[in-house]
Design a binder for this molecule. Sequence first.
Ligand code: ADP
Ligand code: ZN
Length: 797
Amino acid sequence: MEQEHFALGGFPQGPGEAPSRGAIPLRTRRTEVGRELSQREPAATVRPVVSATPAQLASVAVGRPVRGEFTYLVPEALGDKLAPGQRVLVPFGRGMALGFYLGPANAPVEGGVRLKPIQRVLEDSPSLPKDLIALLRFTAEHYRYPLGEVIRGALPPGLSTAVDEKEAKPDIQFFVEALVTEVPPQLARAPAQAAVLQYLLAVGGRAPLDEVTHAIPGARETLKKLATRKFVKWVEVTLQAGVREGLVQNRPDRLTPEQALAVKELQGAVDAGGFQPYLLHGVTGSGKTEVYLRAVEHTLARGLGSLVLVPEIALTPQLVGRFRSRFGGDVAVLHSGLKDRERLFHWQALRKGTVKIAVGVRSAVFAPVEHLGLIVVDEEHDPSFKQDEKLRYQARDLAVVRGKQAGAVVVLGSATPSLETLQNTRSGRYKLVELKNRVDDRPMPSISLVDLRVERPREGQVTEEAPILSPQMLQAMEETVAKGQQVILFLNRRGHSTILLCEVCGLSLKCHDCDVCMTHHRSQNRVVCHYCGVAFPVPDRCRECTGPLLKLGIGTERVEAEVLERMPHARVARLDRDSATSAEKLTELLASFARRELDVLVGTQMVAKGHDFPGVTLVCVVMADTSLAIPDFRAAERTFHLLTQVAGRAGRGKDPGRVLVQTYNPDAEPVKRVLAHDFDGFSKQELEWRKALAYPPFARMAAVRLEGEHPEQTAGVARFLGNLVGRHMPPASAGVRLLGPALAPIARIRGKTRWQLLLKAPTHSALAPLLARLEAALPDVPNGVKVVIDVDPGAML
Ligand code: ADP
Ligand code: ZN
């Protein structure tokens, strides 16, 4: 749920601002009757029990979109049953609500408030461990989101509603297994049974029951008969939830000298105990995963828990596979594809401490790992750690906060660390551990440039663009495939052509509802808006002047078609959101590339992730320019990361790798630095630029994003909020700056006008009072305009 505005009101409210709410407190405590008791208290302190108070009071977060913590009475009967972190049932408004008991509360400062009692305790042992309560409180406070909603969002279904806790059963799947190796003669007169057995033998003697009954209708009954005759047996398999096949890898006997040093350092820190953040900066192919594995192994041996965050499970089956094959049932794999029951099962297993390792995507930062000793964030630079809706948290940042609260070692690993993390390392807040060489001293790939301005001349009349694969690139691909090696082709744009431009009037085909061009998807024979998803048949002519349409701008579909045309003998597949429509398809594509059933893989940033394909010796960047021009202060950094990461897929096996980068901007800073393998040079220069312009990591930011039905009304609200901030700006010496209000770079999505205000300040605490002002004014914003506050924003679009 987005920020809900529960109070209605006219807008704007006269010359001042929102109806006065007194001195706006950093955090507001409300009693259940809804009165505000503006008590300033830091979020993460647990208040002492005041034994002198006549009745025991409890601080409760309510699972409703309301701010603050609420005070309830503790009925005598519950007195000794309450423990912080428990789910409780409380009266709220006119009904009952799920609440979370956080600890004892002080008596309200104002008298005369009639408090209501906690109704019931919904579980014996608390769902939330102590260190997690602290993290959730910090999260609600920092990202300005209702605490009860933060907690509910962290909990698995089954615990996030007001029902008594139930024990989750693990998932069970039935397999049937043949007990014979061929169809016995006794079955000559039972053709149905013979057929089913025949099928089972054909698929390797063992298959899931569902699969057999799907292939042969009625097979269930037949299988029962076969089981009675002892030709087959049923096997019950407890599923390790979320486990998909990965490359099973053995534990290497020897670490590289750099790995050994890194492991020693991390193990030492785990032994020493206490919070210690690290940046593990290791070039692509340096064996970072093995360092994580050894650190987790060591932590486990000490009886402590580990939490490992990865960008996307489906894109990293290899990493998950490595953890699974090393730690077996000691790992809970947490991702968005889990069934409700599986999520509950994992939560409870971690909470009980029967499972001590959690591997998961960003939301796993809230996993209830017990006795946390180690937190790993792999590919810490990855943008997917920031959630871009609802609760807009940055899981990498929260991982560090959690490490601090739990007293754990935190390892942020990457070949291309974010500038935020790098700056924390430079300033001495994080320790640096480096892996400068690849495993087995394999060379880094050689990277060379193809200047598209020279290599892609246009010839004669065109209705489509000139081919995008330069002769050099084609030749390199041919050579690589001829040697039986594999190629990755990277272009960060989906579809066939990304612009349909009228040859007569020059207008490009735009979405009706969004301020973006429609993309031509030839395989579907449609044009699609990548922002709202609307799609329709490809128009023949310009909507305005009926002129013919040119197809410009290249996407992965077009690249794939070009490869198929120029290299008809090659086995080619495409990996992007259009081809990998489900986690299964994605896994299957990656697995088949790993099994070397494909020669060429064309894809978007999905091919740039941490894959380890030893057969890949050539990586081609089809156009390095796509992410350069995005109006975002992180555009250069993001381009540098993407290019370095995708280049790092080459030469990870015994054969050396090479990389070809096609570009129209050979002089662009990120392109030049990638070519020179110069991370240090790039980041030094980029940091200087960020410092000069006061952008993160030298400033903290918050974005106020507006979306409204009516352009004027939205603009009006944006101006109103801008004025509000303007009036409450601290003195210039505090260094707080407001950019905007301005139309967002994409000014319209789904028919809604978008505005934004950007706030920058040297520290987050300098921003907080302004954000509190803004928040207090939100209830008075008309319903037609949605306003969200995005603290530490990711993408600027
Ligand atoms: P990174 O994440 O740093 O890019 P990986 O962790 O994927 O690198 O490791 C690269 C490859 O090297 C993997 O195939 C991994 O199994 C292998 N590897 C890692 N450490 C060792 C080692 N000590 N000895 C042999 N092979 C190793
Ligand atoms: Zn659209």
